[in-house]
Design a protein around this ligand. Structure first.
Ligand SMILES: [Zn+2]
Ligand SMILES: [Zn+2]
Ligand SMILES: [Zn+2]
Length: 361
């Protein structure tokens, strides 16, 4: 039994892991300060003569780093980024002065061409292909961490659609190995470590437990009356084998979904072959749900895993890797940029219910 979802939600929800990333959930139409992002028409072509990422145009990309299963019949191909945001080709002397502190832009920036079919969406890829893609993520991350001890974090992410920052329509992911740990990862890792020291368990595991608990009732201590009924299972979108997709209670984006391993695991690099198959399935099904509800999704997703860094060697029990999927359905408003407080105009419970209702083939 679930309680009906309230018509209008207006509350600030605190992100339990990173409280500074909290969100104003405001669902009344009149309160919406945001502009909708126009859905871009999807490029569904299988092959494009002029596309550097299409088969037959391999000479148009920067040098290949790796190809799977092989360069001549590749399904996934890793190449250098033509316009890297970080590169190892120049080593700037440290030019810090006063408050103008800098770290040189050392790093690696590579492109993974996800598939040889130009406009294929994630939910249209086969599960074996997705499992291969995730194993390529894992292997490349491992190689980059091993390649240079100055690299403190390897970030794998995907932009799909112009609103999500993809400048080339052909499906691709990117990997950036950097000399700093991104702020949001650092906050997650340090906050979850503090939670672990206090409570002796992983905060992500606790969130999964809460998501799987079906119902909770809060009683008024004095009168004994029911103050609030919470159907916590309402945040589960998908569950496959050892993985779960959840709609976070304090989602900053309307259709944001997180995928996590059900069993505690801090480092994505430790993922097993069986787990890759389950992850492929949960990812395909989750993306199919988003696509069905949003009608062609522009989105980003990114992988957060324990940094390979001496500062966080003690975080294996407290950190829990995950993939955050953030569809781009609205343009950030001045209020959001100025306050740092995201506004979500769709109640996460209503979004979860809609996503769960989709029939997946
Ligand atoms: Zn292409
Ligand atoms: Zn955990
Ligand atoms: Zn994260």
């Amino acid at each position: 039994m679930t309680t009906p979802i309230e018509k209008v939600v207006r509350e600030i929800r605190i992100n339990p892991i990173v409280p500074s990333e909290s969100v104003l959930v405001a669902t009344a139409r009149s309160m919406r300060p945001k502009k909708a992002e126009e859905p871009a028409p999807r490029d569904t072509r299988a092959h494009v003569e002029t596309c550097p990422f299409c088969t037959g145009n391999e000479h148009m990309t920067p040098p290949v780093i790796a190809a799977y299963p092989a360069e001549k019949n590749w399904e996934i191909r890793i190449v250098e980024n033509l316009y890297p945001v970080l590169g190892d080709d120049r080593s700037n002397p440290n030019l810090s002065f006063g408050l103008q502190q800098t770290i040189d832009g050392y790093g690696r920036h590579e492109v993974m061409i996800d598939h040889n079919r130009h406009g294929i969406a994630i939910h249209e890829m086969s599960e074996p292909h997705l499992a291969l893609l995730f194993s390529v993520y894992r292997d490349r991350m491992e190689q980059l961490y091993r390649s240079n001890s100055r690299l403190r974090y390897v970030l794998v992410f995907k932009n799909f659609g112009p609103a999500a920052g993809a400048s080339i329509a052909h499906t691709h992911s990117q990997v950036i190995a950097m000399p700093v740990i991104p702020d949001n990862v650092q906050a997650e890792v340090t906050n979850s470590r503090a939670f672990y020291r206090k409570n002796h368990h992983c905060i992500f595991c606790s969130l999964i437990d809460e998501a799987l608990t079906f119902e909770a009732t809060i009683y008024d201590r004095e009168s004994g009356e029911i103050r609030r009924k919470i159907s916590v299972g309402q945040y589960v979108i998908e569950r496959v084998g050892k993985f779960i997709a959840i709609k976070p209670f304090a989602s900053r984006y309307e259709w944001e979904v997180h995928i996590l391993p059900l069993e505690h695991q801090s480092d994505f690099l430790r993922i097993s072959k069986q787990d890759l198959a389950d992850l492929a399935r949960v990812m395909r099904r989750t993306m199919a749900r988003l696509d069905a509800v949003l009608g062609g999704t522009q989105y980003n997703y990114f992988l957060h895993s324990l940094p390979h860094d001496a500062d966080f060697e003690d975080c294996a029990a407290s950190y829990h890797w995950h993939i955050e999927i953030t569809p781009r359905t609205s343009i950030p408003s001045g209020f959001e940029l100025g306050s740092g407080l995201f506004v979500n105009t769709v109640a996460p419970e209503a979004a979860a219910e809609k996503l769960r209702a989709v029939q997946i083939p």
